[in-house]
Design a protein around this ligand. Sequence first.
Ligand code: 5GP
Ligand code: ZN
Length: 114
Amino acid sequence: MASNCIFCRIAEKEVQARIIRENADLMAFYDLNPQAPTHVIIIPKKHIVCLAKAQAEDIELLGKLQYAAKEIAHELGIGEAFRLVLNNGHKAGQTVDHIHYHILGGRRLMWPPG
Ligand code: 5GP
Ligand code: ZN
């Protein structure tokens, strides 16, 4: 837990979010500023700054996040077409320094991204 981290504070329920799923390892909640009709953030409860800072001991946790993402996409009705985004580093668009995936769907998603 990093007390100055907004996603740790959501995981600790110090800050409210519209939670979709929670277990011992992870939490999924709706993004505050959605970029698609369905826009979910999925985080590990463990404070890992970004993928580049993840360690080998985090491999299982990263797999759990990705598997939960596909289950959540299915549950929210976007299982056939969704995008899983991980912004690593500020120059790649990361604004919250706690590793997270975006699950985006419910509209046509263009490629390449901006
Ligand atoms: P990043 O730009 O780091 O990849 O994504 C951070 C995401 O977290 C953004 O899409 C932003 O809207 C979302 N976000 C930031 N603060 C909060 C918050 O307090 N609550 C929720 N639900 N989402 C947040
Ligand atoms: Zn954190």
